[in-house]
Design a binder for this molecule. Structure first.
Ligand SMILES: CC(C)(COP(=O)(O)OP(=O)(O)OC[C@H]1O[C@@H](n2cnc3c(N)ncnc32)[C@H](O)[C@@H]1OP(=O)(O)O)[C@@H](O)C(=O)NCCC(=O)NCCS
Length: 183
């Protein structure tokens, strides 16, 4: 079982646990339709979000078969600017990553710092050999971010997402690639 991996700081960001004090910031971007357009999650009511934040605050992280949700905060003042979802496969060999940044924090390279650190953490704390990220092909900032992180497109798939047929690109980075990107 991995040891408690958070908080973990990198450049201008800190990855830390979400907590109920994040409610206002969390809701402001999670209820923004532009931010949620290509995301699997739905906006929550304040009551649902409060319960979610309390739950993920104490949940064991990086457990096979479960999503872990972690905060992206600014190192300067610890304010919440987004979050990252990580799901380790049941067999522990692969992880999926998803990421969300508030509109006001985008286009500053902060997502790149946060996802770089999340990838480093997964490889440091688990035996996962490969991390994948899946994005709608229309989501250009997400495609761009994964390319800039050194992830490689491994396939394109047709899916039905929220009742609509769409095309997704699947990107991946292996432990060896991440070491050479960061080393
Ligand atoms: C996907 C998402 C996280 C990408 O965020 P982002 O802010 O565009 O990504 P970055 O933080 O890496 O910013 C990249 C751009 O910021 C700009 N930038 C400004 N200052 C910068 C700095 N100091 N360092 C680096 N980039 C900087 C650059 O133009 C850079 O583009 P480049 O890589 O061509 O140089 C964001 O668009 C998002 O949250 N979208 C909604 C949720 C979503 O769809 N998630 C993906 C689902 S899979």
């Amino acid at each position: 079982m991995p040891s408690e991996p958070l908080p973990s700081a990198y450049k201008r960001i800190v990855l830390r646990r979400l907590h109920p004090g994040d409610l206002a910031a969390f809701q402001s971007y999670r209820c923004d339709p532009e931010v949620g357009r290509f995301q699997g999650w739905q906006a929550m009511s304040d009551a649902e979000a409060r319960a979610f934040l309390a739950d993920v605050n104490s949940a064991a992280l990086l457990q096979p078969g479960r999503w872990s949700q972690i905060a992206i905060a600014l190192a300067s003042d610890d304010s919440l600017i987004g979050d990252i979802g990580l799901c380790i496969a049941e067999d522990g060999r692969e992880a999926e990553i998803g990421f969300t940044l508030a509109l006001g924090a985008q286009r500053q390279g902060l997502a790149r710092e946060a996802v770089t650190e999340a990838i480093r953490l997964v490889f440091a704390q688990t035996a996962v050999g490969r991390i994948v990220g899946i994005t709608d092909t229309r989501n250009l900032p997400s495609l761009h971010l994964m390319e800039r992180l050194g992830m490689e497109k491994i396939r394109t798939q047709q899916v039905v997402f929220q009742g609509e047929p769409c095309t997704e690109d699947v990107f991946a980075i292996t432990r060896g690639q991440a070491n050479s990107e960061q080393g």
